[in-house]
Design a protein around this ligand. Structure first.
Ligand SMILES: [Zn+2]
Length: 299
């Protein structure tokens, strides 16, 4: 049955594949209403995508006193507009971005206290059904002073305890991880009674796949990356880490990249069915639940 779908032109196939229940899913996008916003969503949909994880985008213009409350309402509102205007549901990921640490510190706040409060507030919205995951939480992606790394680990562990209580995924933002880095996070998850597979290492690199771990890797959907992982047989997600920007640049990669990589997979992978089922069905549903994708996969 699937074979016949592949024979009629790739984009048409991709649409049929979405219609058959695959969730052509980008696991990491940041949007803003004064950037491309719905135009970016349209680029994604037009290319054959049908749902993406909307992750809050830090905004230095917001006052620090009620920073997370404002940032989260804004992000949740965007997800509602996307659903109203484009008839797709998108999971929402809320949480303190690791680099918020520096802004709080420079302005005389205790970053650990503020960011833990930010996690509590995100948890409340997840409980209310307005959001679906915690993140992106973790450590700076560049070397930082040991004290800062310790504080960030404390915040991350706190988030793991909360994610465990909520039964929700936690999207991790960290430096590139070596085997010890993965072990460290696995142990932290075990300590917090959080299933390792509810931890998603955002911006994982294909080289990571040589490392055994219970964490789920979300890989930037560049052509070289997808070619490197397409035969790994491992559980993973793809993402663009698209950062919407009023200057209309392309950071990190454009919002239509994931559906375009699905075309690449269809063209180059013999066992594409297994790969698509893994990336575009099993993992998104396991992490975010089936309900959020219902509108997305309804014909
Ligand atoms: Zn991000």
């Amino acid at each position: 049955m699937f074979k016949s779908i592949v024979e009629g032109g790739l984009l048409a196939d991709l649409k049929k594949i979405s219609g058959m229940g695959y969730i052509i899913f980008d696991n990491h996008m940041h949007l803003r209403t004064d950037g491309r916003f719905l135009n970016a969503v349209d680029m994604f949909l037009k290319a054959g995508g049908n749902s993406f994880n909307l992750v809050n985008l830090p905004d230095a213009r917001l006052p620090l006193d009620d920073y997370y409350s404002r940032l989260y309402s804004y992000t949740v509102r965007m997800s509602e507009i996307i659903t109203e205007e484009r008839r797709i549901s998108v999971p929402v990921t809320l949480g303190p971005y690791p680099l918020d640490y520096f802004r709080f510190k420079e302005n005389g706040y205790d970053p650990v206290v503020e960011m833990k409060k930010g996690i509590d507030l995100a948890a409340k919205l997840i409980e209310q059904g307005k959001a679906n995951a915690l993140g992106e939480i973790g450590r700076p992606h560049f070397p930082a002073e040991p004290e800062i790394v310790d504080h960030c680990n404390e915040i991350t562990e706190y988030a793991m305890f909360i994610a465990s209580d909520l039964g929700s995924p936690l999207i991790l933002h960290t430096e590139d991880l070596n085997p010890e880095g993965y072990r460290f996070l696995e142990k932290m998850a075990d300590h917090a009674s959080l299933q390792q597979s509810m931890l998603v290492k955002h911006h994982a690199i294909p080289e990571d796949f040589a490392i055994q771990t219970g964490l789920i890797r979300s890989v930037l959907a560049s052509r070289p990356n997808v070619r490197k992982i397409m035969n790994s047989g491992l559980r993973l997600l793809l993402e663009t880490d698209y950062v919407d920007d009023p200057s209309l640049g392309w950071k990190v990669i454009p919002p239509d990249s994931v559906p375009k990589r699905v075309e690449l997979i269809l063209a180059e992978v013999t066992e594409w069915e297994k790969l698509l089922e893994n990336i575009f069905l099993k993992e998104p549903i396991r992490l975010f639940g089936e309900d959020i994708f219902k509108r997305t996969t309804e014909p």
